[in-house]
Design a protein around this ligand. Structure first.
Ligand SMILES: O=C(C[C@H]1NCCC[C@H]1O)Cn1cnc2c(c1=O)CCCC2
Ligand SMILES: [Mg+2]
Length: 487
């Protein structure tokens, strides 16, 4: 039976939620747009937290916690506490959508918090990808100079790149956002952009902003410090601030990229079970003695692997068949299955079965811990390489306007030599929305927006200043820019 009920390429949204439910990652909840994160997905968030938290502490960032805030201004996405029991609150409290306003008052230097935020999104929710409450970390730092702030923006962005590429085996492209797409309250926004091949949509995977002095200036929080370059110690300077965030959207992107029609496929680096050992070949006419030997060997193998730091588990459930167990662990995305049957025992071997590509290979039980850890490394790097090849194959260089919509419709990202003029971006969004021609009654699909201006421009033919023109408006192009439909 098709484990997941529908095929990924046939009905992606249904496939996606089925994968999450069958892998026991998530449960629906009685508040629309909110979901229960069950241990099988929460353990992935914990792996990400563990790694990222130790890295930012190396950069001198300390964790803290800021409560909800009375914020001014009104954004439709902000949820408010207006009552306690039966009585109304004097002043409503915002359930933080982010914590700039709470933190940017008495900012020491570099703070982070691991928390949840609420944004009452109106677009239809999608688990992990767009939810009304999500978990994230938000870093808020103050710096004496722009140079120092600029450096940290990129250090954090590279940590985000590594969360995706090294932990989740998901390729992302680091770059800067256009003026239209940046965080309006900041000076500039950098991003790591992911790509979902099945829908051909880009996805903002994490962001690292330089806020400039916008939040420290007198009209805002007036955060000044002695200017260290002034020997007379008279001069004050407004601090330069950054803010950066990565959320549980990471998990959704990983599921969408690696999942297949058997269900979830976990990168070993974040799997809470990396290898599952299953006793095989035991039937009703298997002697009790043989059964005990085989189960004993499976238990022994799991113990040996755990001793060497591999997250292994022997599935000794005696009320389930091997076939049932295979399907169960495949749906949960366990990267490696190790089978031991009577003839494996006789040959002192185990049959390895990779979840990512299904390849089966008998290996000796001798030195099995080293063999399995090398196999898990190969799975991790092969998963990344395959996803990277797919992403690269969907980045299409476009220098003629007429190629834009067909390229988007073929589920690609358009990479254009772009003028970086905001009005041009508005124009591109409009003109690239399918059904923009009056006669074209097909369902109009969202136009293309700029995703990022990649820092690494060397992948594309060098732009000749004054010669290379923007395909949308004909003005001088500045840098290669990724445009696409997006989440
Ligand atoms: O949250 C940020 C900026 C920043 N916040 C800290 C983490 C990094 C980065 O996301 C931008 N932002 C997004 N969304 C919203 C707000 C908002 O400030 C405030 C109103 C509600 C919706
Ligand atoms: Mg938003």
């Amino acid at each position: 039976q098709i484990a997941i009920g529908v095929k990924k390429e046939v009905d992606f949204p249904t496939w996606y939620t089925n994968v999450l439910l069958k892998a026991d990652m998530l449960d629906y909840y009685n508040v629309s747009g909110c979901y229960i994160l069950k241990p099988w997905s929460y353990s992935i968030w914990e792996e990400i937290q563990k790694w990222f938290d130790s890295e930012i502490k190396e950069l001198g960032v300390q964790n803290s916690y800021f409560p909800y805030d009375h914020i001014e201004g009104f954004s439709p996405e902000v949820a408010w506490v207006t009552k306690a029991g039966n009585s109304d609150l004097e002043e409503p409290i915002a359930i933080r959508p982010t914590s700039e306003t709470a933190i940017h008052r008495d900012l020491p230097l570099k703070l982070n918090q691991w928390n949840s935020v609420v944004r009452w999104e109106f677009k239809n929710p999608q688990p992990f990808i767009r939810t009304r409450e999500f978990l994230w970390q938000e870093g808020h730092t103050a710096h004496l100079t722009k140079e120092e702030a600029d450096i940290e923006v990129r250090q954090i962005l590279d940590l985000y790149r590594r969360v995706y590429e090294d932990l989740l085996a998901v390729p992302v492209i680091p770059g800067v956002k256009s003026e239209k797409e940046k965080f309006a309250g900041g000076l500039y926004t950098t991003t790591v952009e992911g790509f979902i091949p099945t829908t051909g949509r880009g996805i903002q995977a994490a962001t690292s902003h330089c806020l400039g002095q916008n939040f420290s200036r007198p009209e805002m929080f007036n955060i000044v410090v002695e200017d260290p370059t002034d020997p007379t110690n008279q001069r004050k300077t407004y601090v330069w601030q950054n803010s950066w965030g990565l959320s549980t959207r990471t998990i959704g992107v990983m599921v969408m990229i690696h999942g297949d029609n058997q269900g979830l496929v976990l990168p070993p680096r974040v799997a809470s079970i990396q290898a599952v050992v299953v006793p095989c070949g035991i039937t009703v006419n298997t002697s009790a003695e043989t059964r005990t030997k085989i189960e004993g060997a499976c238990d022994e193998l799991a113990k040996t692997l755990k001793k060497s730091g591999i997250k292994a588990k022997a599935d000794l459930r005696d009320d389930k068949t091997p076939g049932f167990k295979f399907n169960d662990w495949e749906q949960k995305g366990v990267p490696l299955r190790l089978e031991i049957g009577p003839n494996d025992l006789a040959k002192q071997q185990t049959l390895t079965v990779r979840r990512d590509n299904g390849v089966k290979n008998p290996v000796p039980l001798e030195n099995i811990a080293l063999t399995v850890s090398q196999l898990l490394e190969s799975i991790q790097s092969d998963m990344f390489k395959r996803a990277q090849e797919t992403y690269s194959s969907r980045l299409k260089e476009v220098t003629k306007w007429d190629d834009v919509v067909p390229t988007l419709d073929a589920k690609n990202v358009v990479v254009m030599p772009w003028c970086e003029i905001e009005a041009c971006e508005d124009d591109i969004k409009e003109r690239s929305a399918k059904g923009s021609e009056p006669t074209d009654e097909r369902a109009p699909s969202a136009g293309a927006k700029s995703l990022a201006i990649p820092f690494d421009q060397s992948r594309w033919t060098p732009i000749e200043p004054g010669k290379t023109k923007c395909p949308a408006c004909g003005k001088d192009a500045k840098r290669w820019t990724m445009f696409g439909r997006s989440y």
